[in-house]
Design a protein around this ligand. Structure first.
Ligand code: FAD
Ligand code: NAG
Ligand code: NAG
Ligand code: NAG
Ligand code: NAG
Ligand code: NAG
Ligand code: NAG
Length: 509
């Protein structure tokens, strides 16, 4: 979830996007046209003098290849967060497996690090490498969505697809798959690190629903299929750590499910003085709610106009009558100030629950909240912090408590966050502030974060809400699987071609 709000305009271009022609002609990224508080930047020419032989080496690529100095360069490096600016030596919009293999060959020959990019929504701009000087392999032309109409149980999804395009295409055919709320997130970077969202309590994480994958590895080998029988070590790694440097994943095959003919959105909202009670009740009641109910909780700082500062946004798979009875106890005990139920088709609910957002500078940290929830003291500590921040800071709680997520053994994939109540996401928006204030806000955020985590949450953090300032991140993201993930990395990428600050290393740090 994310609060990257655009208060002006948000429209859905999916039919257009689906028909969009090859980006070979014009790579302007329609998803990042508008931004809030992103500075205009210039790549440092003294650092990025053209690499000898690179153009020559890449001359037989079929897809569009963009270098610094090319007209589309600045558009080709736009990603969701614009807190930092990193300048790749080349962005390659690969169109075929052979394009990827040729690109990787050149990178190996010329000693350039490689990063895969799908939707560009990494919180730390890892889609651009998280530093300057890398080769970005953008997979957005790998955009197939092939439903298996015989079995009606799986679909092959190209990793260049955005969640909205996938939801919409599956919806038209009568299906859904479990994935995140934000429609512009790329499936390639999302499902491979977990992926929580619209039907997570019902069907688990997106990564839990991957049954097969295809990938180009560091020596240019195309591996297909990767599944429980073929390359089981990679299959284990890519479900939770697939966005952490094993190769360029080109397609993922997911389990799919029939859509519900009708769903009901539920919005409960609370005033500031109701928050403590509401959280105590959530912790008590939420794990026992029907798994047809999927929800996130949104907490905002106190304001001067006496509006709601806490909201419980849910989608119930079923009718309003059923939805009302499912949350009856929750409503009676927590006494919301605002209650709204609305029946609609699945696709309308998907759009409604997706918060509008914009490209902007921000900082995010994540926490896993144990089954007993947050203590009153923890809630006060959190409220005191967000109510006194100079920059807008808000909190999302993704409701994980469910059989679908917790019944899967921790050892069945690289994704470990199973028996928890919430994943909490603390988000500080930096637009509208000077660089000094931005830096101060981030510093405060991180200081609070450390204290809060030490005292009130579990040790672990969610890798899709990636945070490069996190100490001991390997263990916090991957728990007991770190040695196993390093072994697999060593096997498939011994020279660490795919490397950045938080990629899986080739040896224990
Ligand atoms: C507005 C917003 C809303 C979000 N909402 C949710 C949500 O509801 N639920 C949730 O779980 N998460 C959510 N997230 C987090 C999101 O899941 C991660 O940021 C995810 O990694 C983004 O994937 P991407 O492909 O868009 O990003 P990218 O920046 O393109 O990639 C992210 C990482 O994955 C790697 N990667 C990308 N493609 C591939 C590939 N084909 N093969 C191998 N590695 C690859 C990249 O190298 C990079 O390290 C949200 C993020 C944002 C910005
Ligand atoms: C490759 O580049 C890295 C830094 O990017 C450098 O440390 C290393 O020595 C280089 N290797 C060769 C063989 O040039
Ligand atoms: C949990 O829900 C079931 C039915 O859905 C109900 O019978 C049971 O009493 C509930 N338990 C608690 C602790 O609320
Ligand atoms: C109330 O205040 C908040 C933050 O101060 C603001 O975001 C919101 O738009 C305001 N609501 C109204 C109805 O004015
Ligand atoms: C939650 O639901 C309300 C009402 O439908 C909606 O206005 C709001 O944008 C949703 N999302 C968040 C983050 O509050
Ligand atoms: C799970 O795997 C870890 C190593 O990855 C191992 O230490 C642990 O014993 C395993 N647990 C079970 C229950 O198999
Ligand atoms: C390339 O790497 C794969 C593992 O990813 C390995 O099986 C294969 O032998 C390697 N091929 C060459 C030519 O080195």
């Amino acid at each position: 979830m994310s609060l990257l709000h655009n208060f002006f305009l948000f429209y859905f271009l999916f039919p257009l996007i689906i028909q969009a022609k090859s980006l070979k002609i014009n790579p302007i990224n329609p998803f990042f046209e508008d931004d809030i508080g992103c500075e205009k930047v210039q790549y440092p020419s003294e650092i990025l003098t053209p690499l000898p032989y690179l153009k020559e080496c890449l001359s037989t690529i079929d897809g569009l290849v963009v270098y610094p100095g090319d007209p589309y360069y600045y558009n080709s490096i736009k990603v969701m967060n614009c807190r930092y600016h990193y300048f790749p030596v080349v962005v390659i919009y690969v169109t075929t497996i052979s394009d990827i293999q040729k690109s990787i060959h050149c990178a190996n020959t010329l000693n350039i690090s490689v990063t895969a990019r799908s939707g560009g929504h990494s919180y730390e701009e890892y889609g651009n490498g998280g530093r300057s000087g890398v080769m970005v392999i953008d997979v957005q032309e790998f955009n197939q969505i092939n439903i298996n109409f015989e079995t009606k149980k799986t679909a092959v999804i190209g990793t260049g697809n955005r969640l909205g395009t996938i939801y919409y295409n599956l919806y038209k055919a009568g299906f859904l798959l479990p994935a995140g709320y934000c429609l512009n997130v790329g499936i390639g970077g999302h499902a491979t690190g977990g992926g929580y969202g619209m039907v997570g309590r019902k069907y688990g994480m997106a990564s839990d629903n991957i049954v097969s994958a295809e990938m180009v590895t560091a020596n240019g080998t195309f591996i297909s299929p990767i599944n429980s029988n073929h390359h089981p070590d990679l299959f284990f790694a890519i479900r939770g750590a697939g966005n952490a440097g094993y190769g360029i994943i080109t397609s993922l095959t997911f389990k799919i499910y029939p859509i519900w003919p009708i769903v009901t959105t539920i919005n409960l909202a609370y005033f500031s003085d109701q928050i403590e009670l509401a959280f105590i009740i959530f912790a008590k009641v939420v794990k026992n709610l029907s798994e047809n109910l999927n929800a996130y909780i949104f907490l905002m700082p106190k304001n001067n106009n006496n509006s709601y500062t806490l909201s419980f946004n849910a989608t119930y798979l079923g009718s309003e009558d059923e939805a009302r009875s499912v949350v009856k106890e929750l409503i009676e005990l927590s006494n919301p100030a605002y209650i709204k139920f609305e029946e609609m088709p699945w696709w309308e609910a998907v759009k409604k629950q997706s918060p509008p957002f914009n490209r902007q500078p921000f900082k995010v940290t994540s926490y896993t909240i144990p089954p007993q929830g947050l203590s009153r003291e923890a809630i006060r500590f959190l409220l005191n912090f967000i109510n006194n921040m100079e920059c807008m800071t808000a909190v999302f709680f993704d409701v994980y408590a469910s059989d679908a997520i917790s019944r899967i053994p921790v050892n069945s994939s690289a994704f470990i966050h199973r028996n928890i109540l919430f994943v909490m996401e603390l988000e500080t928006l930096l637009d509208g502030h000077s660089k000094n204030v931005q830096n101060m806000c981030v510093k405060k955020h991180l200081k609070f974060s450390q204290g809060f985590q030490e005292k009130y949450t579990s040790y672990f953090c969610y890798q899709d809400y990636i945070d490069k300032d996190l100490p001991d991140w390997l263990t916090r993201y991957y728990g007991p699987h770190v040695p196993r993930l390093i072994e697999t990395k060593k096997k498939y990428d011994p020279d660490n071609l795919f490397n950045w600050k938080q990629s899986i290393p080739t040896e224990l740090p």
